[in-house]
Design a binder for this molecule. Structure first.
Ligand SMILES: NC(=O)c1ccc[n+]([C@@H]2O[C@H](COP(=O)([O-])OP(=O)(O)OC[C@H]3O[C@@H](n4cnc5c(N)ncnc54)[C@H](O)[C@@H]3O)[C@@H](O)[C@H]2O)c1
Length: 274
């Protein structure tokens, strides 16, 4: 099956790499359209997909089409595609903050909302997904096979997809942000340890922690118990985190939800005005 990718930014590129590296689809099965063609040409050197000259070219060649533009750029793309869609085609929107209801209002055809993650370029991470009522079981299975090649795939209700997005999709960026602050604090305490060294220590620690949790199927609490010797040092750090981090995470969910809401409002205007 040919797969269309519209928008070759972080997520479009991740899909090209993930599908190709996993072997679930070859570059020859990928048809890419990006607003600026040069970007596609540069990327094509490593991943020999087909560059399309228009949305129509993507639509003619592909049964499954991922729209990977930023949320506010999605409406015009879907509006142009809608009249030419065949009943067998399946559209995937990866836009955070656009509801299936709004998407389906433009085209009463098979549409799935997927929230991917950049870590899928190395075939790890979780893709969240929710399908509309027009997605057939065959279309769902085809998509699931692709998403599972990128890591794990988890079907979620739209009512919780925004909270889950912060964990699985914003997560890599948020974790990197936390680690940077951790690294800088270590350097402030001991300036003779360079920030590069503190970062390197943390990357290896992150890797080991994730692998141990996953391979041994440990809960966070079980790992904490292994690390925090009773009456020892780690417990002091855990106590500080228990005091200061819950309000920080509550605020993080508050602000990211507010951003989701304002994005939804802006995109809803586009969908309702037209
Ligand atoms: N980056 C992430 O980790 C992530 C995770 C989950 C969901 N998303 C969603 O993925 C979408 C893309 O995010 P991104 O970070 O890849 O953005 P990005 O800015 O890196 O990429 C967007 C790409 O779309 C192209 N584009 C814009 N309008 C176009 C058009 N009309 N036709 C063809 N191409 C067009 C741009 O040239 C650009 O290359 C967003 O809707 C975002 O909400 C992103």
């Amino acid at each position: 099956m040919n797969i269309g990718i519209i928008g070759l930014g972080s997520i479009g590129q991740m899909l090209v790499k993930g599908f190709s590296k996993s072997g679930v689809a070859s570059p020859a099965q990928l048809f890419v359209y990006n607003r600026t063609r040069e970007k596609s040409e540069q990327f094509q050197a490593d991943w020999p997909f087909t560059i399309c000259a228009s949305l129509q070219d993507v639509s003619e060649a592909c049964e499954l089409i991922f729209i990977c533009t930023k949320p506010l750029d999605l409406y015009p793309v879907l509006q142009e595609l809608a009249p030419q869609l065949r009943p067998t085609q399946h559209i995937v929107s990866v836009a955070a903050g656009i509801s299936l209801e709004d998407l389906t209002s433009v085209s009463a055809t098979a549409i799935t909302k997927v929230i991917p993650t950049v870590t899928s370029q190395i075939l790890h991470g979780v893709s969240l997904y929710a399908c509309n009522q027009y997605v057939s079981s065959e279309q769902r299975e085809q998509l699931l096979r692709l998403l599972q090649a990128l890591g794990k795939a988890e079907e979620v209700e739209e009512s919780v997809i925004e909270t889950a997005t912060i964990l699985s999709s914003s997560g890599p960026g948020l974790i990197a942000g936390m680690m940077e602050l951790f690294a800088q604090a270590a350097h402030r305490k001991s300036p003779e340890l360079s920030v590069e060294t503190t970062r390197r220590l943390l990357v290896e620690t992150l890797l080991g922690t994730a692998m141990l949790l996953s391979e041994e199927d440990l809960h966070f609490e079980q790992l904490i118990e292994q690390v925090a010797t009773k009456g020892g040092i780690t417990m002091e750090g855990l106590n500080v985190m228990a005091e200061y981090l819950p309000p920080c995470f509550d605020q993080l969910f508050l602000m990211t939800q507010a951003k989701h809401d304002s994005l939804k409002l802006k995109t809803k205007v586009q969908f309702n005005e037209n």
